[in-house]
Write a protein that binds this ligand. Structure first.
Ligand code: KG4
Length: 338
């Protein structure tokens, strides 16, 4: 029979459900919300309404694809936070209701832990997984962190952004040059045709292992403002070079701090996770970083870079093995340390 875990993710604008059996992924269904595209960013109220519409069909589909009946489930793992409270409430309430109905335990999962543990999603029992300790560069629309992963539930944030996240820098700068939301993937595509050294943008000078991306955003904005005065067609003429130079600057900022972290924590393996880890330049930079130091690089499959329930079910599985369950009265949280 084994252990069957249903994972539920609803922290932002993706409604997702996944089923794993003894740690091996059977299904991972994601309903991404298109409604936000018209607004240039995620609208929290619309996100929670869309989760309400999606949650039942997404969970049903995940069980169907897995060929698992709900009565076979051993536990339900759900993202408790951090994220948008209205969105989290939908997944949390649904998970609680289903766990009560089935009389099975509930497991709360920290969304950031789940991103780090996305490298433990297994397609088969033989799938390779990282060994602890490892460093993980966690880069998404809401977070930019360097995490020292010491165990499944033992993680330390070595550095984090003090303002915007790397994904926000991609998205906000992309918006300034007229690209749709989310801009990160568009910048990635355009950057392949551009010159990464054509424009120089501000890099932060802050101590320790923390990040900052707000100065880069301002410097991008001021470059556009000044150049547009000289040539109103500046953006159209330089789209690819702007994208390539922006992407290079963001990657340089991320890698420079990773170098510092590695000096203090010379681990044998380095991972990357979160939406920005889908970026082709970022993936290549991590590969190169690890190749130069002769250490193992863990680059997630693209489908596991953005929010997904496979990582939630996987994180939940490890908590299940430790008997680490959550009470029905536990509320979701919008902010939390890892
Ligand atoms: O982890 P994620 O799905 O959720 C949030 O934390 O919001 O990350 C979304 C972020 C967005 O900022 C998006 O632009 C960025 O990941 N992203 C990318 C790429 N794909 C997604 N950024 C750069 N290049 C990409 N290929």
């Amino acid at each position: 029979m084994g252990v069957f875990i249903l994972g539920i993710e609803s922290s932002c604008d993706d409604t997702s459900a996944a089923v794993i059996h003894d740690g091996v992924l059977l299904s991972n269904v994601i309903a991404s919300q298109k409604v936000h595209e018209n607004y240039g960013g995620v609208v929290p109220e619309l996100a929670s309404r869309a989760h309400q519409e999606n949650i039942v069909p997404v969970v049903s589909e995940a069980l169907k694809e897995a060929g698992v009946k709900k009565e076979q489930l051993s536990a339900i793992a759900f993202t408790r936070g951090p994220g948008l409270l209205g969105s989290l409430l939908v997944g949390t309430s649904f998970a609680k209701g289903m766990a009560i109905g089935l009389g099975i335990p509930l497991i709360d999962v920290n969304h950031l832990h789940a991103h780090v543990l996305s490298h433990f999603i297994k397609n088969s029992q033989d799938s390779e997984i990282p060994s602890f300790p490892f460093l993980c560069l966690l880069v998404s629309g809401g977070n930019s962190q360097i995490v020292l992963a010491k165990g499944y539930n033992d993680m330390e944030i070595l550095g984090k952004t003090i303002d915007d996240a790397a994904g926000e820098a991609f998205d906000k700068c992309a918006k300034l040059i007229g690209l749709p939301y989310p801009g990160g993937p568009h910048i990635d595509r355009l950057a392949r045709e551009g010159d990464p050294d054509k424009f120089k943008f501000h890099k932060p000078h802050i101590g320790g292992l923390d990040y900052s991306f707000s100065g880069l955003k301002t410097s991008f904005l001021y470059t556009l403002r000044d150049r547009l005065k000289e040539d109103p067609q500046f953006i159209e003429k330089n789209m690819a070079d702007l994208a390539a130079s922006l992407q290079k600057t963001i990657i340089d900022i991320l890698i420079d701090k990773l170098k510092e972290a590695y000096k203090s924590y010379p681990v044998k393996e380095i991972a990357i996770g979160g939406g920005v880890s889908a970026n082709s330049g970022m993936r290549a930079a991590i590969e190169e970083f690890c190749r130069k130091r002769n250490i193992k690089a863990w680059i997630p499959e693209r489908k596991f870079t953005t929010d997904n329930a496979a990582m939630v079910a996987t994180a939940g599985y490890f908590k299940f093995l430790q008997g680490d369950f959550c009470g029905l009265s536990e509320p979701p949280y919008s902010r939390v340390k890892i």
